[in-house]
Design a protein around this ligand. Structure first.
Ligand SMILES: *[C@@H]1O[C@H](CO)[C@@H](O)[C@H](O)[C@H]1NC(C)=O
Ligand SMILES: *[C@@H]1O[C@H](CO)[C@@H](O)[C@H](O)[C@H]1NC(C)=O
Ligand SMILES: *[C@@H]1O[C@H](CO)[C@@H](O)[C@H](O)[C@H]1NC(C)=O
Ligand SMILES: *[C@@H]1O[C@H](CO)[C@@H](O)[C@H](O)[C@H]1NC(C)=O
Length: 739
């Protein structure tokens, strides 16, 4: 290293000259000729004489500048004290002692320096691995600093060296420094920073010329990898406890803090312990817990969320969230609680309508009985259970339907072949009827179908029906009429959703083709027997009813046998006989006229006023014929020349002003198909004055003696009459029946 030469004044030459003057008179100085002093010290220069008592002393600098010190003379000693020594004392001091005429002088060189303290190591911040840091090493109050050398070492490694050789403008104490920036690594942990300062002044003697400061590297690691372990779980039940342990890595080992995050985001300190145990947790203790690892260089946090669940307090409503009930049934809703000591129950409907049911509460169970269940119960029912400050509500919906009976099949009447009939299928007491479908089937084929969608929102039981009209035929007998009712409610569970009724068809046929067979004939002689047999077709087989038609038109029932037998008939049995074929489907009738023939009898022939009259009288000859109907009456006047048929009216012939020639035999002939009867009388006419009676005795004998019955031959006349009668008898049939 370059050295600057210290300036030393030539005091020794002067001393040699003084020394020659007197040997006895001597001067000494302490220190002898040079003193090295650190600025600020107290420095004393002493000048001492021998061989003179007492000498006079004087001090001066070689440049005659002020002494900057205090002189104290004491006998042969003179002391110059510089307190403190400073730049203004950096001179050569000359002590002059005069003893009489003798004068002695001696100089002392005062040399100064300043190197009072060890270097100081300063760091720009804490040492963190990976984070650049600036190290400053400074040496305060150095003089002369142009001789200063500084070294900064990390362990054995020299980071930097510096000489401060710049020229000194003026004398001053200066603080010199060295700055190095480096990035600490993990290897630096445990090493030391060394700052060395050397003041290179070889030519003067002082200590220390070297100073050094060692600073152990304190390397920090910011907290990281903060980990929380939770035991048993972050989900807790009310009243439970949890232990959470947190660890964090860092250098120095981070301190652990547990906090709870408040709603406003602030942290509330819970513990400075790494293990946090929370007991008797409540639901409001739920939340976010934060663990922080903190050391000098930083902090690292980790959050964990704790969820404190309420104690299981459960409410069950049965049977399920929905119940489907048929109107009229009895329904029991049960609300049960678990996990509560003394629950209190409340029932209500969602729309706050009356409960319309009976509540019974016992312990942890409450029942609501709806019996019978009706439209007023078609609600959602809510069961509210209060347990302490907790409240739980459960609901159950009551859905109603009504479909209690199978359909009823009804016919408008008896099914008769060919006649329209209406089948009605009735489904009683249905709800909701808008979901109803009725289907009517005849055998395999659907003959009618109806939906009742229009009845929306009506809340009452309805009886719905489907009417179908069809014309049955005999082939339909045996086929089955099916009435099928379906309640389309898929969303409800109940059985049955379908009901059906059947009816087997039996088609009737009204009686027809009713025929009557008369044996032997419908025209009979009195006393004979007759069988009248009636038959009729129909389904079911018609019942036969024989009746007789009375004069007033009414029917008099006679027999329900198909054959009506009349034995030994009388004339009164004549008349119209009616046969009726009867079944459920109708009546068919047929009639026959029975004629019982009787020969004329009990004819009476009379003359009015008498059979013996006078000429000029009026006489009525009248013939009445018993009670035998259909009898011809012929009134005649017999004469030898031939009979004269008289124009009678109802069997009566009136002779006005009778003449003599009107006397004679009159005959009445009554006849029908079965016979004839004759009656005769003799009219006697007396002349005015003495006329002889006019009569013929022979004839009188002949006719009055007998009444004859003559077999019938007047059949033509009879049949002509029959043709005019009402009824269906034909001539042919009539003849047949006679065979
Ligand atoms: C002078 O100085 C010397 C040495 O320091 C000392 O021993 C002596 O006593 C001093 N004399 C007087 C009179 O102070
Ligand atoms: C931390 O908790 C443990 C275990 O509970 C205990 O022994 C220790 O004293 C606690 N330390 C502090 C600082 O609270
Ligand atoms: C009427 O029927 C009965 C029984 O069949 C029979 O004995 C009788 O001879 C029948 N009479 C006539 C007049 O046909
Ligand atoms: C019907 O006929 C039965 C026998 O064939 C007979 O016993 C019964 O008397 C008859 N009834 C009438 C009302 O003629």
């Amino acid at each position: 290293m370059p050295r600057k030469m210290f300036v030393i004044f030539g005091a020794s030459n002067i001393l040699c000259m003084v020394f020659t003057i007197s040997q006895a008179f001597k001067i000494e100085t302490f220190p002898e000729n040079k003193i090295v002093a650190q600025i600020g010290d107290v420095v004393s220069l002493t000048c001492r004489t021998t061989g003179c008592e007492p000498p006079s002393f004087s001090w001066r600098t070689h440049l005659d500048s002020p002494l900057n010190g205090q002189v104290r003379n004491e006998g042969s000693n003179s002391t110059l004290t510089m307190d403190p020594v400073g730049f203004r004392n950096e001179y050569s001091y000359l002590c002059t002692a005069i003893c009489g005429s003798e004068k002695r002088e001696k100089g002392i060189q005062v040399e100064i320096y300043s190197f009072p303290k060890d270097p100081e190591i300063r760091l720009s911040g804490p040492l963190e691995v990976g984070k650049p840091v600036t190290v400053t090493c400074l040496v305060p109050d150095v003089y002369p600093f142009d001789r200063l050398e500084m070294n900064l070492l990390k362990g054995n490694h020299l980071l930097q060296n510096k000489d401060f050789v710049e020229p000194m403008e003026r004398k001053s104490l200066e603080t010199k420094s060295l700055e190095v920036t480096f990035t600490p690594t993990n290897e630096d942990i445990g090493k030391a920073l060394v700052c060395q300062a050397k003041l290179h002044i070889d030519e003067i003697d002082f200590k220390p010329k070297e100073r050094e400061t060692t600073k152990k590297l304190q390397v920090y690691i910011s907290p990281k990898n903060t980990v929380i372990s939770v035991n048993p779980s972050t989900r807790l039940q009310e009243g439970g406890s949890v232990t959470m342990t947190c660890s964090s890595e860092g250098l120095p080992a981070p301190q652990i803090f547990w906090n709870k995050k408040l709603d406003n985001g602030n942290l509330q300190l819970l513990s400075g312990n790494s293990t946090l145990t929370l007991i008797a947790m409540r639901t409001e203790d739920s939340g976010i817990y934060v663990c922080e690892g903190v050391n000098q260089v930083g902090k690292n946090g980790k959050e964990v969320e704790l969820i404190v669940q309420e104690k299981p307090f459960t409410v069950e409503i049965s049977p399920g969230p929905q119940i489907v009930a048929q109107i009229g049934d009895s329904v029991v809703l049960t609300c049960g609680v678990t996990g509560c000591e003394s629950p209190s129950f409340t029932w209500r409907t969602q729309v706050d309508s009356p409960l319309s049911g009976k509540v019974k509460t016992e312990g942890s169970k409450s029942t609501l009985t709806l019996s019978p269940v009706g439209f007023e119960n078609e609600h959602s029912y809510l069961c509210t259970v209060t347990c302490g400050r907790k409240k739980v509500e459960k609901g159950i919906k009551v859905d109603l339907y009504s479909f209690p009976r199978d359909p009823e099949i009804e016919m408008s009447g008896l099914p008769v072949n060919g006649n329209p009939v209406t089948v009605s299928c009735r489904v009683p007491n249905v709800y909701p009827s808008d979901r109803l479908e009725i289907e009517l089937l005849k055998g395999e084929s659907i003959i009618g179908n109806k939906n009742f969608l229009e009845n929306i929102d009506k809340k009452y039981l309805e009886t719905e029906s489907l009417d179908m009209t069809f014309i049955p035929t005999t082939e339909d007998t045996g086929t089955v009429l099916v009435c099928l009712a379906k309640l389309h409610i898929d969303e409800m569970e109940f059985e049955p959703k379908q009901r059906q009724s059947t009816q087997t068809l039996y088609v009737n046929v009204a009686p027809r083709d009713t025929t009557i067979l008369v044996s032997p004939s419908s025209i009979l002689e009195e006393g004979s027997s007759v069988n009248m047999t009636c038959s009729s077709n129909g389904l079911p087989a018609p019942k036969i009813l024989w009746s007789r038609q009375l004069n007033n038109g009414h029917l008099q029932p006679l027999s329900e046998n198909s054959t009506l037998t009349l034995t030994s008939t009388k004339m009164e049995d004549s008349g119209v006989y009616v046969c009726e074929g009867i079944n459920q489907a109708g009546i068919d009738r047929k009639e026959v006229e029975l004629i019982i023939q009787v020969a004329p009898k009990d004819i009476q022939l009379t003359a009015f006023p008498s059979e013996s009259v006078k000429e000029g009288d009026t006489v009525i000859i009248s013939c009445t014929c018993g009670n035998v109907p259909k009898t011809w009456i012929i009134l005649k006047k017999k004469a030898e020349t031939g009979d004269t048929v008289l124009q009678s009216r109802d069997g009566a012939y009136t002779i006005h002003k009778v003449q003599l020639e009107d006397a004679g035999v009159y005959e009445c002939e009554s006849k029908n198909e079965v016979g004839l009867q004759l009656r005769s009388l003799t009219l006697d006419v007396k002349g005015r004055g003495n006329y002889q009676d006019y009569f013929s005795p022979e004839l009188l004998v002949l006719y009055c003696s007998s009444s004859l019955i003559i077999p019938a031959i007047g059949m033509i006349i009879y049949f002509a009459r029959r043709a005019n009668m009402k009824g269906s008898y034909s001539l042919v049939e009539a003849q047949k029946s006679k065979v």
